[in-house]
Design a protein around this ligand. Structure first.
Ligand code: BDR
Ligand code: CA
Length: 341
């Protein structure tokens, strides 16, 4: 797996899920601005990997702004540094000297056909990578993206999902590159997990309690943790503090005390595509709308007569995913119980 992130609370959970997955080799992580600005994304990404005991994973900075639009960030959703109320020590390992998009190209060339790239933020870095190496779709095993809202309302504007909203031109570039490569060779279509499925992945306080239990960190429900988690396990403490912020946000804007964990579902589906049911569709992105710029438009009724270019996830086995999330990240937390952080 190669992850491209805009960490982000749910990105950080996706990083932990990848680190906790024996069926994944985490090759590297590239950072893009999105939920917060690039320096915060990079710092939090390295800090979370260190929390997971994976300071060996290379973390590279990508482009600090979208291709053509001004940068928009969402600290009200993810906290000032992208990790909610959590505080992690300054990471000890330095960031890579490679530029994120170059890293994507170089790793794909080094291991042709092996790497699944999962983009969890705006696809700015991938657009730069594919402009540099148009053969990238053939060099990757697959591209899996968290992005778009296909048959469901947006979470950023009435019709747009955050990752695509931030850099729709980048998505246009990537879709064009994949379509062009698909005509020439046998390239798998990108797998897109939009809000249609990721908003089914609802993590609740009960899941968090189960995860703490799996980690051997028995939660004490009578304790007031509103000023910060008192859990001794550093991973459980991190999750409690990051998720308290995210759950408060969802309770204000989405009507439930819990959190959509979009990005971990994308990583889980990249590792096990059986978690989602997909439909092959012609998909494009609106760039010049007066109300809808950034909308992912899917041709459900084949009006365009274009070949399908994206496998859009239309259903997800969210119960199985959430169980797996609790089991894997809880297992990682158990292994990190005695680490002083
Ligand atoms: C996406 O936007 C970000 O806020 C999340 O990290 C996720 O990648 C959901 O729309
Ligand atoms: Ca994200």
């Amino acid at each position: 797996l190669l992850l491209d992130v805009d960490t982000g609370i749910d990105d950080s959970l996706a990083l932990l899920y990848a680190c906790a997955s024996d069926d994944a080799e985490l090759v590297a992580v590239t950072c893009v601005s999105g939920n917060v600005a690039l320096p915060d994304v990079e710092r939090s990404t390295r800090a979370v990997l260190e929390l997971a005991g994976r300071s060996d994973v290379e973390v590279a900075l990508g482009r600090p702004v979208p291709l053509v639009r001004p940068l928009d960030i969402a600290p009200e959703t993810h906290g000032p540094q992208g990790i909610g109320y959590a505080q992690l020590p300054q990471p000890r390992t330095p960031a890579s000297t490679r530029f994120g998009p170059d890293l994507i190209v170089e790793e794909a060339r080094r291991r042709p056909g092996e790497i699944t790239l999962v983009t969890l933020g705006p696809v700015t870095n991938l657009a730069l990578a594919v402009l540099r190496e148009p053969g990238l779709p053939r060099l990757l095993r697959r591209w899996v993206l968290m992005g778009g809202a296909y048959r469901t309302p947006g979470n950023t504007s009435p019709t747009t999902e955050w990752n695509v909203h931030c850099d729709p031109e980048a998505l246009k570039v990537c879709l064009a590159a994949w379509s062009a490569a698909g005509i020439v060779g046998d390239v798998p279509r990108p797998l897109a997990l939009g809000l249609d499925v990721t908003e089914r992945a609802k993590l609740t306080p009960e899941h968090l309690m189960a995860l703490a239990r799996r980690a051997g960190s028995e939660p004490d429900a009578s304790r007031d943790e509103s000023a910060g988690s008192v859990a001794r396990n550093p991973v459980v403490r991190y999750l409690a503090d990051a998720l308290r912020f995210y759950m408060e946000f969802h309770s204000r804007f989405d009507g439930f005390y819990g959190a959509f964990i979009h990005d971990p579902l994308a990583v889980a589906a990249a590792l096990d595509p059986g978690l989602v049911r997909t439909e092959a569709l012609a998909v494009d992105v609106e760039l010049g709308g007066t109300l809808t710029t950034g909308q992912t438009v899917a041709d459900w009724r084949r009006h365009w007569n274009r070949p399908p270019n994206v496998d859009v996830a239309v259903e997800a086995d969210s119960d199985r995913f959430l169980e797996r999330f609790v089991e894997r990240v809880g297992g990682l937390a158990a292994a990190r119980a005695d680490v002083a952080i």
